[in-house]
Design a protein around this ligand. Sequence first.
Ligand SMILES: NC(=O)c1ccc[n+]([C@@H]2O[C@H](COP(=O)([O-])OP(=O)(O)OC[C@H]3O[C@@H](n4cnc5c(N)ncnc54)[C@H](OP(=O)(O)O)[C@@H]3O)[C@@H](O)[C@H]2O)c1
Length: 303
Amino acid sequence: MRVLIVGCGYVGLPLGTELVRQGHEVFGLRRSAEGSETLVAAGIKPLTGDITQPSDLQSLPGPFEWVVNTVSSTKGGAEEYKEVYLQGTRNLVDWLAGSSIQKYVYTSSTSVYGQTDNSQVKESSSTEPKSQTSQVLVETERFLLDAFQARRFPTIILRAAGIYGPDRGHLFLQYLKNEARIAGKGERIINMIHRDDLVGMIIAALKNGRAGEVYNAVDDEPVTQIHFFRWLSETLGKHMPPFATEEENSQRKRGLTNKKVSNRKVKMELGYAFQYPTFRQGYTAEIQRLDQAGQLNTEPEPR
Ligand SMILES: NC(=O)c1ccc[n+]([C@@H]2O[C@H](COP(=O)([O-])OP(=O)(O)OC[C@H]3O[C@@H](n4cnc5c(N)ncnc54)[C@H](OP(=O)(O)O)[C@@H]3O)[C@@H](O)[C@H]2O)c1
C-alpha cells in the first residue's frame, strides 16, 4: 500500500518503520525538515507540510491508500487544539475525500470520556468531557464520523490512553526523578497503552478495522495511581512517593476524570493480541532497557 503518516513523531515514526518492514511504501509528514535523516534511515520518505495550511496539502505527492493522522498539538491550549486537531482534520478530509483512500486512522484520546465516577467506559459510553481541549477532540471525532456517514470517508478512530514506552511515561519519569506525588489518596485510575501496542493497533485497524468505527486503544489493566507506584516501588526497591499537599491536590483536581477504559472491542473485533498486556510487562521492558543503558537512577529522595 501507499501510506501517508501525518505527524511522524513518537508513535508515527515506529509505525512507519514497521509498515516499511512489512513492504509498504511509506511517506511521513512533519512541519519541518529537521530530523528527516531519521525517517530516511527507517525507509520512510520524508515530506514537509503543515496540516493547518490547505495549500501545503495540495502540494503533497498523492494519492495514498492508507492515511494515519498521529499529529499532536505541542502546546496545550484549546485554540491550538482547534487549529491542529479540528481544522487540521477538516483540511485533511477535504484534501483526501474523493481520492483512492481506503482507510484513514485517527488517534484520538480516552480523554473524550469525561466520567469521574470510576465506572467502566466503552466506545458507546457518553463523551461529555469538562476540559475544553478534550471537547475539541470530541468535535474532531464527530466531524470524522459525519464524514463517514455523509461521504463514506473511510475513517477509523482509535481512542488512545496515556502512551508510554521508551523514554515516555509521565508518572514513571517523575518517579525516577523523585518528583512524583500521590494525588489525593492515590485512588484515581490510570489507563495506559504501550507505544508499540498502539502501533500494532493502528496497523490492525488499517488492515481489518471497519470504517466508521471507534476503538479504545488501552491495555488490560486500568490501575489506581497508588497501586502503580507500589508496583514501581517494589520493582525498583525505592521509596513510595510522598502524598501531595492539599494545595497541590486542589490545583490538580480541576477537569480530572476517573474511569476504567475497556479494550474488549479492539480484542473482539480486531483480534488484537497485546505485546504488553499491562503496565507490568511494559515497564519491566523499559526498566531493563534503562538499566542496560546505565540510565536507571534508583537513588531515593533524601528524607
Ligand atoms: N501522549 C499521549 O499520552 C497521548 C494520549 C492520547 C492520544 N495521543 C495522541 O497520539 C498521537 C501520537 O502522539 P505522539 O506522542 O506520537 O506525538 P508527537 O511525538 O508529539 O508527534 C507529533 C508529530 O506531529 C507533527 N506535527 C505537529 N503539528 C503538525 C502540523 N500542524 N502539521 C504536520 N505535522 C504536525 C510533529 O512534527 P513537527 O513538530 O516536526 O511538525 C510530530 O512529528 C497524537 O494524535 C496524540 O494526540 C497521545
